[in-house]
Ligand binder design. Sequence first.
Ligand code: 2U9
Length: 348
Amino acid sequence: MSSYMEDITQQIAAYKTEIAAFRPSGEAALEAFRVRFLGSKGILKELFAGMKTVAPEQRKDFGLVLNELKQLAEEQYHNGREQLQDRPGESGGREADHTLPAEPQRLGARHPISLVRSRIISIFEKIGFSIAEGPEIEDDWHNFSALNMPENHPARDMQDTFYVAKAPDWVLRTHTSSVQVRVMEQGKLPIRIICPGRVFRNETISARAHCFFHQVEGLYIDENVSFADLKQTLYYFVQEMFGEESRVRFRPSYFPFTEPSAEMDISCLICGGKGCSVCKQTGWVEILGCGMVHPRLLENCGIDSRRYTGFAFGMGIERITMLKYQIRDLRLFSENDVRFLKQFEGAV
Ligand code: 2U9
């Protein structure tokens, strides 16, 4: 065998090994392979062109070897193309088809507490209430003393309240009334605010109670504010929140911060007042507490109680939400179970 034939045979063996081992890393690598071996100025073209320098008696065998090499290169090229097409992602593979319909975008759902909180806010905003917010960690004065809750009041007990520090006392606020106190202390009258926010109580967790929940409290202080204003405001709220057929009733009650005080019930949403298991056969369900602001509170905050009067109310957002959406267990609100949360998709 001539030295040219020896050299070229070795070279062909090396090409064969290289071709057989080829696995494209991406489109660019596959194209480079095609150009190198199968292109119009590629290795195979050059090898076939060299045929004429091969001795005539060896030409047939040499041709067979070259054809085999060409076939292998073509096979590897096609295998490589298939391999890239099966591979997802941008490192090669199928080009993105922009004509296909878009993948549907999954929107999350608003949390039911957030939905109801927004609804309550917009109902009161329509009649001139603005929103006030304050700290979740409060001092003794704003959470208890200013609100006519004396030293020995049971709510101050460590069993009921989370203390962050003692003497001086700092607590996780047990209601958003502390925000109203802060607004009253600013001394700008009249006041017409609602105070939404998270509150904390040292309760055993159950279907009906939790160690944190959400409140919206309201306060209206001006000259000549009466219990009739309170009743009409809350009646308007109920009609907007629960529908025009809803009826309300007020029962006398006691709170240290209001005098007189009342609890407000609405006609049962399930039976319309006929009596069922939800309303315990009474036809009524309690939704909030309210009353005329105790004159001592006004004075505590530097407001002249002979000139000004006011009403206040407080409700638990969880309670309103449970009634509105017929939710039986308060713990569902904080368990983050998507099966529960998904049910509020699309609610606004
Ligand atoms: C000031 C003056 C008066 C707020 C009020 C209630 C009655 C009440 C409860 C409802 C369910 C709390 O979430 S709940 O447990 N609230 O019954 N809240 S009157 O009275 C105030 C607040 C601030 C300065």
